[in-house]
Design a protein around this ligand. Structure first.
Ligand code: ADE
Length: 415
C-alpha cells in the first residue's frame, strides 16, 4: 500500500468530517445503491487529482465500493486536508498529498498517480491529463478516458484537442447543467464568502467589493456579496456579460478604475495577470485581495513582492504586503482558491451534484470508451437530468408532467 501523507494518526478526525458530509449527499448515496450490485468499476484503476477534503473523500470511497482500485493526489497545495487523507489511507486508498506541499512535491505526487497505472483519470484543472500527455505518453493507450471538473481544465483540454494531441476521451463534467448552474454559481457564491469571512473576520456590508470576471462563478459571488450588503463592482472584458452585470444592478468599470475604489478584490476570470503592478499602485490602504479562479496566476504575486518593502504573515491565510508609501495590501491564501484554502470548499449539497456527475461520467467512460473518440465531450442530457431528478426527489419535490395534449402541442408547427 503506497501513500505519502502528513500523518496517518489523524484518521479519526478525517472520518468524522467524511461521515458528516455523507449525511448531506443523497445523490451520491442513491447512485451507490443503484449501481452497487453490478460493481461497474471492477478491474478499473481510478487515479483522481482533486481537492482532497471530506466531500471528495465520499466520492473516492464510492468508487472503491463500486469495485475500483483508487489513488488520489491533491489538485492544489493548500486545499488538501491532512486528516481526510489519513482516513482515506486507512480505507486502502493510495493518497499522495499534504497541505502546504511545495510545487516540486505537488509534481512528484502527480507522478505517483501516473505510476499507479490508471485506466480512468479524474481531474480538476487538467494538470494530471497534461502531465500524462507531456511526460508519460506511453501510458495513454491504457487509459480508457478521463473526467474534468473545471472551466479552466476544459479550456486546456479543448486547446489540446484542437492541437490534435488529446489521446483519450474526456467528459467535460463542468459543462453539465447540473454542475455549472449550481456549483459554479451557488457553490462558489457561498464558499468564497465563507473563505473571506473565515480568514479575515471582517464585515461584508458596506464594502466596495470588486468581482473580476462575470462568468457563472462571478455571478454567484456578486449575488451573495450584494445580499450581504456589499456594494458590488464588476470588471469584464466581454460586452454581453458586462451588460448583464449592469442589468443585474451592479456598477461596471475597467480594472484600472476599480483599482482605486475597491475594498475587496476577487478574481474569477480563469486568465492570467488580472491584477498587476499598475493596479496595486492605485489601491487603497488595507484592501483584501482574493482569488477564486483555479490557478494562482490571476493576482500577480511577483509584482506584489517587488512593490513591497516588507511582507508579514498577519493571520492564518493572510500575507500583508507593505508598500513603500506605507499602504498595506492583504493577500488571502497566497492567491490560491480562497474558498478551498481558507475554507472547506463548496457546500456539501452542491458538491453532491458535481460529484454525482463525476460518478456518472466515470461510469459512462467505463462502459462506452471504445466508441467515444479522442475528444472533449459532454455527458448525454438524460444522465444530466437523472442527477437533478434524484436531487429533487431526495428533497421531496415533485416535477409536474405535460399532458398528452401539451406534448403534441410542443411538437406541432401548424396552428
Ligand atoms: N470541494 C471538492 N472539490 C471542490 C471544487 N472543485 N470546488 C469547490 N469545492 C470543492
Amino acid at each position: 500500500m503506497e501513500y505519502n501523507i502528513a500523518d496517518p494518526s489523524l484518521a479519526n478526525s478525517g472520518y468524522r468530517k467524511i461521515e458528516w458530509a455523507y449525511n448531506y449527499m443523497p445523490v451520491l448515496g442513491s447512485l451507490k445503491n443503484i449501481h452497487g450490485r453490478e460493481m461497474p468499476f471492477a478491474g478499473e484503476r481510478i487515479a483522481a487529482c482533486l481537492h482532497l477534503e471530506a466531500k471528495t473523500a465520499c466520492l473516492l470511497l464510492i468508487f472503491k465500493e463500486l469495485g475500483a482500485h483508487v489513488a488520489a493526489a491533491g489538485s492544489n497545495p493548500l486545499s488538501t486536508q491532512d486528516d481526510v487523507c489519513a482516513a482515506l489511507v486507512d480505507r486502502d486508498i493510495h493518497v499522495f498529498s499534504k497541505r502546504g506541499m511545495t510545487s516540486a512535491e505537488y509534481s512528484e505526487n502527480l507522478d505517483h498517480l501516473v505510476k499507479f497505472d490508471p485506466t480512468i483519470v479524474i481531474d480538476d484543472g487538467a494538470d494530471l491529463i497534461a502531465l500524462i500527455h507531456e511526460k508519460y505518453p506511453e501510458c495513454i493507450s491504457r487509459i480508457k478516458g478521463a473526467c474534468e471538473e473545471t472551466t479552466s481544465g476544459i479550456k486546456r483540454l479543448k486547446a489540446m484537442s484542437s492541437d490534435g494531441v488529446l489521446g483519450f476521451p474526456v467528459v467535460a463534467v463542468n459543462d453539465a447543467k447540473s454542475k455549472y448552474l449550481f456549483d459554479n454559481r451557488y457553490g462558489t457564491g457561498q464558499s468564497v464568502m465563507d473563505g473571506i469571512m473565515r480568514s479575515t473576520n471582517v464585515l461584508m456590508a458596506g464594502k466596495n467589493l470588486v468581482v473580476i470576471g462575470y462568468g457563472w462563478c462571478g455571478r454567484g459571488v456578486a449575488m451573495r456579496a450584494a445580499a450581504m450588503g456589499s456594494h458590488v463592482m464588476v470588471v469584464e472584458v466581454d460586452p454581453h456579460r458586462a451588460f448583464e452585470a449592469l442589468m443585474d444592478g451592479y456598477e461596471v468599470m475597467s480594472m484600472s478604475e476599480a483599482a482605486g475604489k475597491g475594498d475587496i478584490f476577487l478574481t474569477l476570470t480563469g486568465n492570467t495577470n488580472v491584477i498587476r503592478k499598475e493596479h496595486f499602485e492605485k489601491m487603497r490602504d488595507g484592501v483584501l485581495l482574493g482569488n477564486a479562479g483555479h490557478f494562482d496566476v490571476e493576482i500577480n504575486k511577483t509584482h506584489l513582492r517587488d512593490l513591497a518593502s516588507e511582507a508579514l504573515s498577519v493571520r492564518d491565510n493572510i500575507e500583508c504586503y507593505i508598500m513603500e508609501d506605507g499602504r498595506k495590501l492583504n493577500l488571502l491564501s497566497d492567491g490560491r482558491l480562497v474558498n478551498l484554502a481558507a475554507g472547506d470548499g463548496h457546500p456539501i449539497e452542491i458538491m453532491d451534484l458535481s460529484f454525482g456527475i463525476q460518478l456518472l461520467s466515470a461510469l459512462y467512460i467505463a462502459k462506452n470508451h471504445l466508441s467515444l473518440g479522442q475528444d472533449v465531450l459532454t455527458l448525454p442530457d438524460d444522465l444530466d437530468r437523472q442527477i437533478m431528478k434524484i436531487k429533487l426527489s431526495s428533497m421531496g419535490i415533485e416535477l409536474d408532467t405535460m399532458t398528452p395534449e401539451q406534448e403534441e402541442y410542443m411538437k406541432a408547427w401548424k396552428e
